[in-house]
Write a new protein. Structure first.
Length: 220
């Protein structure tokens, strides 16, 4: 499946960002919105010269609300971004690079204690901003792999992540690319109404098998 997607898309160069902190900010803001909306919010922060944890903490709510408005749920995301920045300043002197020196399991536990950061956001930050070898699971991962009959549509985040950790070599580049390729394939092809005939994963389906639109598999 990885090879089929990689052959279709080529290198993804994901996650975009000029710094580790920008990548982490993107991980917080991308919750429940399209990446294009996150990009607009990050551009606003850059134009306002506010893309640093201390400057975000010092910025008034009203101004930060307006800057983050393109990302949607801007009041909630203002609160969550402040929580992450406060954690980063208080625990790691505002440095993602310093934060990344912490062992993976200990750092993941810290991030999950931050208000508004769940497993997917934490793992985005760990993998792409900190260079930790951990596989990121999202809704596209569950949808793609359940439609191919490989997992139950209701599989938990932890169990689906364990599946990848068990069957893949623990390789940073592979984990980054694989997650990005799943997201792109899900966005372009494995939609609620899937475009199976055009999908790069079509050759991996068993003969006569076509995914249903609601996450289960039907075999002839």
């Amino acid at each position: 499946m990885y090879e089929c997607m990689a052959a279709h898309y080529g290198p993804t160069h994901w996650w975009p960002g000029d710094s580790e902190f920008e990548i982490a900010v993107g991980a917080v803001l991308t919750q429940n919105t399209a990446w294009a909306n996150v990009e607009r919010a990050i551009v606003n922060l850059k134009r306002g010269k506010l893309l640093s944890p201390r400057k975000i903490l010092d910025c008034p709510d009203d101004k930060l609300h307006e800057l983050l408005r393109p990302s949607g749920y801007f009041r909630v995301k203002t609160k969550r971004l402040r929580s992450f920045c406060r954690y980063l300043v208080e625990r790691h002197s505002g440095s993602v690079k310093r934060m990344a020196r912490r062992p993976l399991e200990a750092l993941r536990a810290e991030l999950l204690e931050v208000d508004g950061i769940g497993p997917e956001t934490a793992d985005d930050i760990l993998l792409y901003a900190c260079g930790k070898v951990i596989f990121v699971v999202d809704a596209y991962t569950r949808r793609v792999f359940s439609r191919h009959g490989l997992v139950n549509p209701k599989i938990s985040y932890a169990d689906l992540q364990t599946l990848f950790h068990t069957h893949l070599e623990a390789d940073l580049h592979l984990f980054k690319e694989y997650h990005a390729l799943i997201v792109w394939t899900g966005k372009d092809f494995c939609r609620r109404t899937p475009k199976c005939d055009q999908c790069p994963l079509a050759p991996t389906l068993k003969a006569g098998q076509r995914p249903r639109s609601r996450g289960t598999t039907r075999s002839s």
